[in-house]
Design a protein around this ligand. Sequence first.
Ligand code: CAA
Length: 376
Amino acid sequence: MNLRFTEEQEMMRKMVQDFAEKEVAPFVERMEAGEFPKSILQKMGELGLMGIPIPEEYGGSGMDFTSYIIAIEEISKVSATLGVILSVHTSVGTNPILYFGTEEQKQKYIPKLASGEYLGAFCLTEPSAGSDAASLKTRAVKQGGDYILNGSKVFITNGGEADTYIVFASTNPNAGSKGITAFIVDKNTPGLVIGKNEHKMGLNGSKTVQLTFEDMRVPLENRLGAEGEGFKIALANLDVGRIGIAAQALGIAGAALEASTAYAQERKQFGKPIAMHQGVGFKLADMATAVEASKLLIYRAAHLRQNGEKCGKEASMAKLFASKTGVDVTTEAIQVFGGYGYTKDYPVERYFRDAKVTEIYEGTSEIQRIVISKHL
Ligand code: CAA
């Protein structure tokens, strides 16, 4: 494994850093007030950021997977809200169609998703099926040339704003995980009801909604993969999605580390910068080490993925470690800032609120441990 990024990957990092600084940073306050960043997503589409690893033949940027992970890391340093929107849109909103769709489905949806004209969402979780995703209750019953879907979903990132929803429903409840089937649902499908947008602790500019399917008719041509193949489609794409969420956590932790290091050199107590006190200096050293270790796990998982190798265990390890790093480093960042860190005058309290969910969505830390231990 080469531990140096290529010139192309470094260019992606620089481009996203510039974009985040010029376009995203001035918008952060509006996202914090709850505004969905539609105009920013449009600009990201123009720059090719909404389809980074999607092949050019389907309208994507045709770049490697590592470049995509770099983009999530850099965007998340400035806005974790945008980080999750981008990650969900690409990893679990677009990739399932790319890897499991028919040629017609790919031609119909991918160019629009990759250009940012469409936004994607992924609908697996239900009120009583979170970690135990295979116990989902949404039913899909075949009727003529269509399926009729009934059920409800919760915590759907991009819900209400998305143009396409990858929906998982049971076509055979007696078959457990082998009875689950995936569908591509267009936003204007009658019977698709957008419910409450959750008031969250962080990621204030992203949408997290409840969805209800009321006799929602989905044509056969929108079934994704074969009947019963849905659970495999969900988990295979989550393997990859988890590297994206790990990169989001890394971005947040990196931002908290940078802010803390700068502040500790500026802020003086007992006659010297607080960084020169061992209590603070050692904190910064531990934070930097955890960030670096996360980086290595994440880019190793990305490297495997990019080379078409299995990466489920490595993706789960990266997410487990990076999300814990996100929470630990942002907690310590507030400690370095002291009372100021607890106020909204500094960004570290936002980093802290944004980091926590990375230990929860796309599989909790406990689920990552299940995945890793099964591999062992
Ligand atoms: N790729 C492909 N197939 C897989 C797989 C993978 N990574 N992992 C398991 N499978 C297959 C298995 O091979 C098995 O099929 P066979 O019997 O034919 O071998 C089938 O799926 C069932 O596997 P398990 O018996 O291991 O399944 P399980 O019911 O015990 O669940 C689990 C395993 C790991 C706990 C899984 O349910 C899981 O990952 N749960 C967490 C769900 C999750 O991550 N939800 C996130 C929601 S999306 C989200 O958060 C997005 C957002 O908006 C931010």
